[in-house]
Design a protein. Structure first.
Length: 309
């Protein structure tokens, strides 16, 4: 269990008020550039995709525009694929994996999925979180627990509004994430302090795994992704309790969550096929490039499975 007595902000047994959230915000710092690492890549892709700015973060609208990229030659009757990355800004391979997937399409690496699907990619849902390497947004809110009506997180609300405005029947949604050592060392202690609740710590899984939708698990779909990713990186084994992050395995490398009830991005749509990827970048068995490749393999493994049906 974590104990908020040890956290430098707030008082034991007392939830954070605005003053504590402001203290937390003032401790954050810019560690990398959204402009250099994300926007510049989107600009390079703009001749090949329709780039849409769907909003901008209120904290700095010039610095943090929010972008989506659509495949050209969009066709109304075609099934739509949604890929989201960077809901948690600190999860680097999700952002870079979404961009790499798009880059591979124009470089002729593998199938051109735009020939079969309408492809919509939102590579960095939380750009302030990306720059500060943070799970939370500037208001100490987790965007990936905020996908519900009247969301308190601008990042989540903006994406929901955008997707709803398109009036699409989304067929598949792949949401790209990471599980890192900082989930236990940084995030959960802060969460414990913010909410004045003890938080369970768990063994961080060493390897890739998936989170499916409890209400619509799509077992074969998840298995196809695991099989594709296993060709490029290792899959996380269950712990001694047969679990990953405190949840019973549904199958090798897969657990299920109630995505919509928990306000997760994976519950954003009514897509038939939904999965959340989880890469472990702190493993001694991987590097940054391998993590990006694993995210791309998850997307392509999902789409190849659907094309084979």
């Amino acid at each position: 269990m974590t104990d908020n007595l040890a956290y430098p902000i707030g008082s034991a047994g007392k939830k954070w008020a605005n003053i504590e959230k402001q203290q937390w915000f003032e401790q954050q710092s810019i560690k990398r550039s959204y402009q250099d690492e994300v926007i510049s890549e989107i600009e390079a892709l703009s001749p090949f995709y329709d780039v849409i700015q769907y909003d901008a973060l209120a904290i700095d609208e010039q610095r943090y525009p929010l972008f989506a990229l659509k495949s050209k030659h969009w066709q109304q009757g075609r099934k739509t694929v949604l890929v989201t990355g960077g809901v948690h800004g600190y999860e680097t391979s999700g952002v870079q994996g979404a961009l790499r997937f798009l880059q591979n399409q124009i470089n002729g690496q593998g199938s051109n999925y735009s020939d079969f699907f309408n492809v919509l990619v939102v590579p960095c849902v939380s750009p302030w979180g990306y720059e500060t390497i943070n799970r939370w947004n500037p208001n100490a809110i987790d965007p990936n627990r905020s996908f519900y009506a009247d969301s308190p997180a601008q990042e989540s609300a903006a994406l929901m509004t955008f997707i709803q405005s398109l009036n699409l029947d989304i067929f598949v949604h792949v949401d790209l994430h990471e599980t890192t050592d900082t989930d236990n060392s940084v995030f959960r202690p802060a969460l414990s302090a913010r909410d004045a609740l003890e938080q369970k710590l768990w063994n961080i899984p060493d390897g890739f795994y998936l989170v499916g939708n409890t209400l619509n698990p799509q077992t074969d779909f998840q298995l196809a992704i695991i099989n594709a990713v296993e060709k490029v990186t290792h899959i996380a084994p269950a712990d001694e309790n047969g679990q990953l992050i405190g949840v019973e395995l549904a199958q090798f490398g897969v657990i299920n969550y109630a995505g919509r009830a928990l306000g997760l991005c994976m519950g954003l749509t009514d897509a038939t096929y939904v999965t959340t990827t989880e890469v472990y970048p702190d493993s001694p068995k991987v590097d940054d490039e391998n993590c990006i490749i694993a995210q791309v393999a998850a997307i392509t493994g999902a789409l190849e499975h659907l094309l084979s049906k």
